[in-house]
Ligand binder design. Structure first.
Ligand SMILES: Nc1ncnc2c1ncn2[C@@H]1O[C@H](COP(=O)(O)OP(=O)(O)OP(=O)(O)O)[C@@H](O)[C@H]1O
Ligand SMILES: [Mg+2]
Length: 507
């Protein structure tokens, strides 16, 4: 509690300080209030120590005295963790308060033998003494669980926490308390004492790497970004991916068509696909969805426009090989830096990390065409289909507001006949292009149709298309057939409008 003599108004005006983690600072709208007490809670292994070290390292960067009070991990363990992250702990005072064998200091050894209450107050007294001697600007207490154990009763524990709070409030220290959530009940009292609370979580999913996420539970006086934010721990520390909020982003862009480089296709699309919209390409495996998506990137590169392809299903090698059989100059676009293929392993990448990669391509990489190939792969990176729809909704709104043409690829199960769509996302799409195999007179052919387009007027016809070393060729509307999308059409007309099959035909 501030007293008048310290000057309340002065206290109120203290500018926020950087926590020491870019993502967390972003979620908190710039940083945290100094000289307050914060609580970081999370199960063992959730990343508390790592995040706490980043807080102190920021203090060191600012030339502040910093103190790490550890009741759980030994100094050696801490140093090892820091070393693995490539951090030097020089400038951070580590105060190891772990009782029995590890401590050789007789005064500390005594504390083990004392009755619990003595031991607890001695521990806090030692903390106080150390803080008074050092006057650190940033303090970490790792962790409260040990204090809770020493206290034995919730009442005594609470009294100690209040004593800690009281002690720190008179000092110019910003304090981060860690708690590993080992107490059975949710510690709301602790929450009410802290100025801010951040929860760290680690989730095991059925397949692939564990998912980490954090949530700011409370932060007094700060309009923080609510909800869960994915994060990863990699060498070098915590990388937090602030949740994408589409409404926060907007770019001015021209309302114009993005040519595909194929006039037949553009006319089928009623002029073409527009900037700031998305198109969903649906069809069976191998029917030509990725090739169709690729033509947009190639045509973009010819206009010096940048595209990014998020490849969930195929490697760059497969993609290049296909492009060269189709006579599409993909390598050329890549070499000129106009086409960027980002291979994504959905088992390893959290959705938040993916969204952040998309943002980076758009904001730093200046991409104006984004291709996600395929949503089936993206779905695998999600714990739940519901999340995909929600996240896709946010991502697509974001891309739309930035004037990006987004092409989504979705594979259906089945080849001809009844098809099964694994994910109903068509209502999020501005346009849906359906690609189908059909069989006619003993050969397999391909057809495409625009079944939905929100802006402009598309053709309601079905056209045959071919993949050859000349890329994608779209034929005239298929008139006189019925049941093309059933896979086995019946021809009812007089002159067959099907395309000639030449030796280059890959169909
Ligand atoms: N150098 C590193 N590179 C990548 N990941 C690392 C590295 N060092 C630690 N980690 C990850 O960080 C996790 C532990 O983080 P941390 O020690 O901060 O958790 P904690 O919440 O403090 O755990 P505890 O409750 O056990 O103290 C480990 O599970 C490990 O996967
Ligand atoms: Mg720890």
């Amino acid at each position: 509690m501030e007293n008048k003599a310290n000057g309340i108004s002065e206290d109120l005006e203290l500018p926020k300080i950087s926590y020491g983690n870019v993502g967390l600072d972003n979620i908190l709208g710039g940083g945290i209030d100094p000289e307050r007490m914060y609580l970081f809670e999370g199960q063992p292994g959730s990343g508390k120590t790592t995040l706490a070290l980043e807080f102190l390292l920021e203090g060191v960067r600012r030339g502040e005295p910093t103190l790490y009070i550890t009741l759980s991990e030994t100094e050696r363990e801490l140093r090892l963790v820091a070393k693995r992250h490539g951090w030097s702990l020089r400038g951070i005072t580590i105060f190891e308060l772990i009782p029995p064998e590890t401590s050789l200091d007789p005064s500390q050894e005594l504390t083990v033998l004392h009755p619990a209450e003595m031991e607890l107050s001695e521990t806090t007294q030692m903390i106080f003494a150390r803080v008074e001697a050092l006057s650190p600007a940033r303090i970490v207490v790792d962790s409260l669980s040990e204090l809770r154990l020493l206290a034995q009763s919730p009442l005594r524990y609470r009294r100690q926490i209040l004593a800690l709070k009281h002690f720190f409030s008179g000092r110019k220290s910003t304090v981060v308390l860690l708690d590993d959530l080992s107490s059975q009940q949710n510690d709301l009292q602790l929450h009410s004492i802290a100025h801010g609370v951040v929860l760290l979580e680690q989730l095991a999913i059925d397949y692939g790497a564990q998912r980490r996420r954090l949530r700011v539970v409370k932060m007094r006086g700060i309009d923080f970004k609510g909800g869960f934010h994915d994060f990863t721990i990699k060498q070098g520390g915590l990388k937090v991916y602030p949740r994408l909020v589409a409404a926060e982003h907007h770019k001015d862009f021209r309302n114009e068509v993005v040519p595909s480089g194929n006039s037949e296709l553009d006319s089928l699309l009623g002029g073409g696909l527009e900037r700031g919209t998305n198109a969903l390409l649906i069809g069976s495996a191998g029917v030509g969805k990725s090739s169709l998506a690729l033509t947009y990137a190639i045509a973009g590169a010819a206009r010096q426009e940048r595209s990014v392809i998020f490849a969930f299903d195929e490697g760059r090698g497969t993609m290049s090989a296909r492009a060269s059989t189709l006579g599409l100059p993909l390598e050329d676009g890549i070499n000129k830096g106009l086409i960027d293929i980002k291979q994504i392993d959905p088992a390893e990448m959290a959705p938040g990390e993916f969204a952040s990669a998309v943002r980076e391509s758009v904001e730093a990489g200046n991409a104006s065409i984004v291709i996600i190939d395929s949503l089936n792969g993206y779905l695998n990176s999600m714990p739940d289909e519901r999340f995909l729809i929600l996240q896709m909704h946010e991502l697509l709104s974001y891309l739309s507001q930035c004037g990006i043409l987004t092409i989504l690829v979705l594979a259906q199960h089945g080849m001809v006949g009844p098809m099964d769509t694994p994910l109903d996302i068509s209502y999020l799409a501005d346009g849906v292009i359906l690609l189908r195999y059909f069989e006619f007179d003993g050969s397999v052919r391909r057809a495409l149709s625009v079944v939905e387009k929100r802006s402009g007027s598309q053709e309601n016809t079905i056209r045959e298309f071919k993949l050859s070393n000349k890329g994608i060729t779209v034929g005239p509307p298929l008139k006189g057939f019925s049941g093309i999308f059933s896979g086995t059409p019946v021809y009812k007309g007089e002159a067959a409008p099907l395309m000639h099959r030449d030796c280059d035909d890959r169909g």
